[in-house]
Design a protein around this ligand. Structure first.
Ligand SMILES: [Zn+2]
Length: 277
């Protein structure tokens, strides 16, 4: 008999609250996670995440606790660094002052390859690029026009080379691609024989950023209309009639009901605690 996991239970509560359907835990011998009493609705709960990012994330958290480095940023910066980069514990202390200098030079972008060429040509920004290259930064971009929400600007590190997605539709394509590798989900839903076959997908802080960005509520997604609801029909396996995508920390989510996309109400009271960088 399979135990009901906390994240399954939380997903069930969300589906119940939104649809009004009452669900029973059904995964006693490897079948679908939940079924309604009348058997018309089935729910399978899954997660799209990347375990390798955890160690890097913990090192970055330590880096943040080491205290704020000197120099004030004029805007937030999204900074991409591979999770395998060493010395992440001192990452912010190295990167923050360099970005302050980059701002002073009027720059809004850092690209590792271009910076390396600049360095070889001994260009005027070499002294700024050098510490960014040494810290392992692949790319950094200033987040424009988001000061309507008062805060002190900061460096937002993102692990992994991902994050280049152009908006919610592309994030959704990447998610569907990742779901394609989880063949069990459609198999179980199909075997349930239910009319409505819901796949509930959790995202979290270890999910690739190019997938999680629209729902993670990290700047800059909330300042950018490209990261609103998806506009396209998801290319789902025919075994899936409903797709739920919810970010565990932000509580933000979308629901595809077979016809349209809907924004889910925020589930910020989520009792499933997650570490947060
Ligand atoms: Zn900011």
């Amino acid at each position: 008999m399979n135990q009901e996991r906390p994240d399954e239970y939380e997903a069930k509560r969300i589906v119940e609250r939104v649809t009004g359907i009452i669900l029973e835990h059904a995964d006693t011998d490897g079948g679908v996670d939940y079924l309604s009493a009348d058997g018309r609705s089935a729910v399978e709960v899954t997660r799209v995440t990347d375990g390798r990012k955890r160690a890097g994330r913990e090192a970055l958290a330590a880096s943040r606790e080491a205290g704020m480095p000197a120099g004030e940023l004029r805007t937030c910066w999204l900074v991409f660094v591979p999770e395998t980069q060493s010395k992440l514990k001192v990452f912010l202390r190295r990167v923050h002052p360099a970005l302050v200098e980059l701002e002073e030079a009027g720059e809004t972008l850092f690209d590792r390859e271009r910076a390396a060429i600049h360095l070889m040509q001994q260009g005027p920004l070499s002294h700024v690029y050098r510490p960014l290259i040494a810290a392992g930064v692949e790319r950094a971009s200033a987040v424009p026009n988001h000061a309507y929400r008062p805060h002190s600007h900061r460096v937002i590190p993102s692990l992994g080379s991902g994050g280049s997605c152009s908006g919610s539709d592309q994030a959704l394509d990447l998610l569907i691609e990742a779901l394609g590798k989880k063949e069990d989900n459609p198999k179980k839903l199909k075997a349930s024989g239910a009319e409505e076959r819901h796949l509930f997908v959790w995202l979290d802080d270890d999910t690739r950023l190019d997938i999680a960005r629209p729902l993670s509520r990290e700047a800059p997604s909330w300042a950018d209309e490209r990261f609103g609801m998806p506009s396209s029909r998801p290319a789902l396996d025919s075994a899936i009639t409903h797709l739920w995508v919810v970010h565990q920390r932000s509580g933000m989510g979308w629901l595809w009901d077979g016809w349209i996309w809907r924004r889910l109400p925020g589930f910020s009271e989520s009792p499933v605690p997650r570490g947060n960088v």
